[in-house]
Design a protein around this ligand. Structure first.
Ligand SMILES: O=C(O)C(=O)C[C@]1(C(=O)O)C=C[C@@H](O)C=C1
Length: 355
């Protein structure tokens, strides 16, 4: 094979790609003007998911779909930023998994705004200081992030997107493993490493804090402190990694939600998910009727989670995810039935059912 001949062909293709990327980016100006006239937001997750679905259909390989999605994620990030750089609040400080989820969703071309606690993320968006917020909502090993659920029940913001991130935890410390007396981290991270901690640090005190990166930042405060966090946080704050992959399950994944002031439109093609919360009347069969409102129409309920309402003792809220968009006729019909069995029904958002 003549190497120079192949490289000449690659150079031709690169010229075409660069020309097309600039042509695509130039259109961002027109899109921005058209959307401003129509009162539409810069970030439209439903349109982005439609693009990714089209690309997947066009893609005949060898490029893998996940790789194509990552490449186009950055192309779209630049296009959005050409309209205006979005301000993204997230559970900080820098180098948390939530920051990594924000970059996975929005690409690099964003203004990141680390917040100390989950409620601060909601507040930053509610006050208009941030365009969107990113929060952890559940983990495949540890279950729901309860603070996020409670905030979703209270806020007027809507869920507009979801992001899944594989989570690999590390034990980080300035002291050797045998000197560790305290392990600090977010409650969820401690739960996800419960068996490892029981085996390797059975005598160490476990201390919950606001985030994994915060735990790393504090881990030098006194002798014997360690933190559980991602390797990125250890690097960012210059703390040595003592052990990697300490999460109890290798398939450990956290789901994050993007919240914003404006609901997301339909992706279509069955590509939407809807989250809602309801409280049931105190009568026999109320919960069964609530679930049947969906199952009787063949609507797939992918999650149900009960949580104290924090309004009255032993009064529960039920958080539900279903496949479909809130504006779908079938979902609307199910919600109408739901309202017969429930005192409260609140739409939390509809968004692309990305994997
Ligand atoms: O089509 C739009 O609404 C655009 O702003 C363009 C674009 C893109 O790069 O394709 C960018 C941001 C949106 O979230 C959706 C798509």
């Amino acid at each position: 094979m003549d190497l120079e001949k192949v490289r000449t062909r690659i150079d031709e293709i690169d010229r075409e790609i660069v020309a097309k990327l600039n042509e695509r980016l130039t259109l961002a100006g027109d899109v921005a003007a058209a959307k401003a006239e129509a009162g539409l937001p810069i970030f439209m997750p439903e349109r982005e998911e439609q693009i990714f679905m089209k690309l997947a259909r066009l893609n005949t390989g060898p490029l893998e779909e996940a790789t194509l999605r990552r490449i186009y994620g950055e192309i779209i990030s630049v296009t959005r930023a050409r309209q205006r750089k979005l301000r993204i609040a997230y559970l900080g400080p820098e180098a948390t998994y939530t920051e990594q989820a924000a970059v996975k969703q929005f690409g690099q071309q964003i203004e990141t705004m680390p917040q100390r606690m989950i409620p601060d993320v909601f507040t930053a968006v509610e006050k208009g200081e941030a365009d969107y917020g990113v929060i952890p909502i559940e983990n495949s090993t540890g279950g729901a992030v309860l603070h996020s659920l409670d905030m979703l029940a209270e806020t007027e913001l809507k869920i507009v997107s979801q992001v899944y991130l594989p989570i690999e935890h590390c034990l980080v410390s300035r002291w050797p493993l045998e000197a560790i007396t305290e392990v600090h981290s977010k409650d969820q991270a401690l739960i996800q490493c419960r068996d490892w901690l029981a085996r390797h640090l059975p005598g160490a005190r476990q201390v919950e804090c606001d985030s994994t990166a915060q735990a790393v930042r504090l881990s030098g405060e006194h002798e014997g402190m360690a933190a559980i966090a991602g390797e990125l946080a250890a690097t960012r704050y210059g703390v040595p990694v003592l052990a990697k992959g300490i999460q109890d399950r290798s398939d450990n994944v956290t789901r994050f939600l993007v919240i914003g002031a404006r609901p997301c439109g339909r992706t279509g093609d069955g590509g939407d998910k809807t989250s809602l919360v309801f409280s049931i009347n105190d009568e026999v069969g109320a919960l069964e009727r609530a679930v049947k409102a969906f199952s009787s129409r063949g609507i797939n309920m992918t999650k149900i989670e009960s949580r104290p309402s924090r309004r009255k003792a032993w009064d529960y809220l039920f958080f539900v995810d279903v496949i479909g968009h809130w504006e779908d006729a079938e979902v609307q019909a199910a919600v109408a039935d739901l309202k017969d069995a429930c005192r409260l029904v609140k739409w939390l958002g509809s968004y692309p059912n990305t994997k």
